[in-house]
Design a protein around this ligand. Structure first.
Ligand code: NAD
Length: 492
């Protein structure tokens, strides 16, 4: 059976970095699989005055490969691309865009399906949505879907305002809010592990779990994005979305089916059950910090405040660590420790669930650890107590280690390809529902408010795993970070 989808895809921000690095390769991946085939066209819009030919060159360049066959495919793929110079604030440009979309719809016998992709600065999202309605771009036949990038607001009120603007044009079922972490193989695998194994289901609760730890560590600094980052910080850039989504996957109830409705229902319940801190509690349970200059491998690394575009007295968080509690009956009392930051020791996204050790006939049993490696390594390890080789009954941790084969990982679709493919197929499972965004912003806004009352910020030297306070946060209750890259354990 053919899985081909007919569509005219309108890309706002067609000359941008995201489009070039991620979106065109993702569309090309779908083209190679036949999801996009004969009946599709892409209109790239941006301010620059490009010709179709120039634009096709840009698209070919972004999907460039080595083999000749690939080149011919890329050529054929790029021939479906059209460019329109477009100022998103100018109504007359939407009229031209509508005419071009209709022409391509006829030319490629698309049948009215439209996908609008907002891949540009977020301050334009609402403007575009409003114009799509006022200039009547949405078709009467076929689907009309909107894919929208993050950030979705910078707090609850701004997110609500944006959502109100979008829902003036699109219904919730037509809005696909991207959180590319949800497209990652091993993020999706959390659900397979949790709900595909009765063995794990039995112990996935407060009786057996001591803590849950989520780490999203970046080795890079703020790079070219200081302008945006200064207004965001790690809490808004990483915690409100990616960390929270992983947390929901780890703590939500079992969905009745792997359908969008069922998954969003349990996810939203998990967010509802998060224990809401007062500002005082938030200040005690969340630590913000900034990296300072250090030498890494003999190379001088700037501190955050010395980076171009960063205010010299900036209080923007480049690191967050926190202790999150949930009132969900299955997890009451189980701390969920999270941390994310820039300029940490090593890039890695990983989750560890610590299962309680305790008294055994062999003496005290160590805690058992299940670690899920989301990126760059993909797989999981389970550290259990085994018997030390040789005489005597001595317990020792043994580690079972599964990693996906790097060649298989390379051949698997990237997050963006998966997610765009799912949006084309009308599957919202791995996209953010407005309800979840509202819940996570409410949670995060209390922390922001608590921090706004603080006049200082913790610091950590670039290349470390954050400030001492991030270790003390766990230690005070008898916990510790499982992943400490400077402490040699077994290969991560
Ligand atoms: P970018 O600055 O590289 O591109 C912005 C695009 O918008 C360009 O094509 C530009 O021509 C166009 N544009 C700007 N003002 C315009 C106007 N008035 N009228 C018409 N076009 C206009 O940005 P980017 O890095 O590609 O990011 C795009 C979106 O994706 C942002 O929301 C960003 O937060 C999000 N995002 C980007 C990345 C990434 O890796 N780049 C990752 C995650 C999310």
């Amino acid at each position: 059976m053919s899985n081909e989808v007919n569509a005219v895809i309108i890309m706002f921000g067609g000359s941008g970095d995201l489009a070039h690095r991620k979106l065109y390769p993702a569309l090309f991946g779908l083209y190679r699989k036949g999801v996009l085939k004969d009946h599709f066209a892409v209109i790239g819009t941006a301010r620059r005055p490009w010709s179709d030919d120039y634009y096709r060159g840009v698209v070919r360049d972004s999907v460039a490969g080595s083999e000749e066959e690939h080149e011919a495919e890329a050529e054929a793929f790029a021939s479906h691309f059209y460019y329109q110079s477009h100022d998103v604030t100018d109504s007359s440009h939407y009229v031209t865009l509508k005419q071009l979309a209709q022409k391509l719809d006829d030319q490629y016998a698309v049948g009215g399906n439209r996908m609008y992709y907002m891949a540009m600065a977020p301050q334009f999202f609402a403007t575009i949505a409003t114009h799509l309605k006022s200039e009547a771009l949405l078709t009467k036949t076929g689907f009309n879907r909107l894919i929208i990038e993050k950030p979705f607001g910078h707090d609850y009120p701004s997110a609500k305002e944006l959502n109100d603007a979008l829902t003036g044009t699109f219904a919730e079922e037509q809005i696909y809010r991207i959180d590319h972490y949800l497209g990652k193989e091993m993020a999706q695998a959390i659900l397979a592990l949790r709900f595909g194994n009765p063995l794990l289901k039995t112990v996935w609760n407060k009786d057996y779990i001591k803590d849950i730890q989520i780490t999203l560590a970046e080795a890079v600094g703020v790079e070219e994005r200081a302008g945006y980052y200064e207004t965001a910080g790690a809490l808004r850039d990483m915690v409100q979305n990616h960390v929270m989504q992983l947390l929901a996957y780890l703590t939500m109830d079992e969905p009745t089916a792997m359908t969008s409705e069922a998954v969003h229902e349990v996810k939203s319940r998990a967010f509802d059950q998060l224990h809401r801190y007062t500002e005082e509690e938030a200040a005690a349970n969340f630590i913000r910090a900034q990296y300072t200059a250090a030498a890494i491998d003999g190379q001088a690394i700037k501190g955050y405040r010395e980076e171009d575009g960063v205010a010299s007295a900036s209080l923007t968080d480049t690191f967050v660590a926190g202790r999150i509690m949930t009132d969900a009956p299955a997890f009451a009392g189980v701390p969920i420790f999270i941390r994310t930051g820039k300029r940490l020791t090593r890039k890695s996204t990983q989750v560890t669930v610590t299962f309680k050790g305790g008294k055994t006939p062999f003496g005290e049993g160590q805690d058992a650890h299940l670690t899920i490696y989301i990126e760059p390594s993909q797989g999981y390890t389970l550290e259990l107590n085994g018997k030390q080789l040789g005489e005597g009954n001595i317990l020792t941790p043994n580690r079972l280690d599964f990693r996906h084969d790097p060649a298989a990982i390379a051949a698997a679709p990237e997050a963006y390809e998966r997610l765009i493919g799912e949006a084309l197929a009308g599957d919202q499972t791995n996209f953010n529902h407005w309800r979840e965004l509202a819940q996570t912003w409410h949670y995060v806004d209390v922390i922001t408010a608590a921090w706004q009352k603080q006049t200082g910020i913790e610091t950590y030297p670039a290349g470390t795993m954050g400030p001492q306070a991030a270790f003390d946060l766990l230690a005070k209750d008898g916990h510790q970070w499982y992943w400490q890259p400077t402490r040699v354990r077994m290969a991560d």
